[in-house]
Write a protein that binds this ligand. Sequence first.
Ligand SMILES: [Zn+2]
Length: 164
Amino acid sequence: MPLSPGDLEQRPSSLHGMGVFTKRAVKRGEVALVMRGLIVHAKDLPDDMRALQIGWELWLAEDPANPHLDDFINHACAPNLGYADGSLAMVALRDIAAGEELTWHYATSIADAGWNIPCKCGAPECAGQITGFEGLPAAEQERLRPIALDFLRAPRPRPSPATP
Ligand SMILES: [Zn+2]
């Protein structure tokens, strides 16, 4: 059963600012959370909104009327959650103990090569910063593809040719 809001708590993180922690253990392969929010077209997405990219032109933005802690989960380069079946279900990639911080890899959702954030997660995989999926080295894309959202698992569609 996915974690309920009562199973989650927000407190200071060793990774970055505040993190989201689980109060109960999650077994590898279990769905921990299903990401929720408002589906917004890229052109309508406000800059200051927490959002994850769910398609080449679509984002899932936080719903101010219905806030969830899943909007606040930190990035880690060796995360304990991932989109293992390509859907918005966040699956535990290993056994997660009660009290552990939940993390996912932001480049498994954000595509833009121009996007980047510094990272000090300390994982052996950590290059000190991450970019969107399309800006990552091929080997890193290969590593992340099995835990990325569906739209990132196939090549970016070419724009349809202009009709004369
Ligand atoms: Zn890192």
